[in-house]
Design a protein. Structure first.
Length: 201
């Protein structure tokens, strides 16, 4: 009888351990996705700030290498602010100038509509490396949005996304979306984690 109770206790403990591990993984994925979203929107806002200063002050492209050097010197622990990546941030802003920004003062200056909110949700849910790949290889915006949605739904790595773009996957699945859905499907935890691989520094 005692052996049976011990076996039951072990099973119950195993179930508890499994549940806790699942909960920890879920929290880790959500934290990672949240951090990714904040980083993507920060990159967009940095691009916005540079563009606005260039427009108002007449600064040229020479400001970017100087920014990269000064950020590296003053914030040496921060990664991802090379000259190349700062240029990508500027391009990112130029590609999507009307997405809802994270900075409250900028919200007042831009039109906020359903399209901009949905676009923000798309670009913020995929890693930076995925966004760069899409900007560089997919010029048509509706096709680009289709790949974003598929990446979110299927948890595509950057390599997989690259293969899908190369093979013209959007052409095999009918017309690319032009009016993407107002609600995106819930991302599965494991798919979300796979999606985060391949982030560019």
């Amino acid at each position: 009888m005692e052996a049976k109770n011990n076996k039951t206790s072990l099973v119950l403990y195993g179930n508890l351990l499994s549940d806790i591990k699942t909960r920890i993984r879920q929290a880790q994925v959500k934290a990672t996705l949240s951090a990714n979203s904040e980083m993507i929107l920060m990159y967009w806002d940095i691009g916005r700030m540079i563009q606005e200063r260039q427009d108002h002050e007449g600064w040229g492209t020479a400001v970017i290498p100087r920014l990269a050097r000064d950020i590296r010197n003053e914030l040496p622990e921060e990664k991802g602010f090379s000259e190349r990546n700062i240029k990508r941030m500027l391009r990112f802003y130029r590609e999507y100038p009307n997405i809802l920004p994270i900075m409250p003062q900028a919200v007042d200056q831009l039109p906020v509509n359903e399209h901009s909110v949905i676009l923000q949700r798309l670009v913020a849910q995929i890693p930076w490396g995925h966004n760069i790949l899409l900007m560089e290889r997919v010029k048509d915006l509706s096709s680009r949005f289709w790949y974003m949605e598929q990446t979110i739904q299927n948890g595509w790595s950057r390599d997989t996304l690259g293969l899908m773009i190369k093979s013209g996957a959007h052409l095999r699945h009918g017309k690319a979306v032009s009016n993407f859905s107002l609600t995106l499907p819930d991302r599965q935890d494991t798919a979300g984690m796979r999606c985060l691989h391949g982030k560019l520094k």
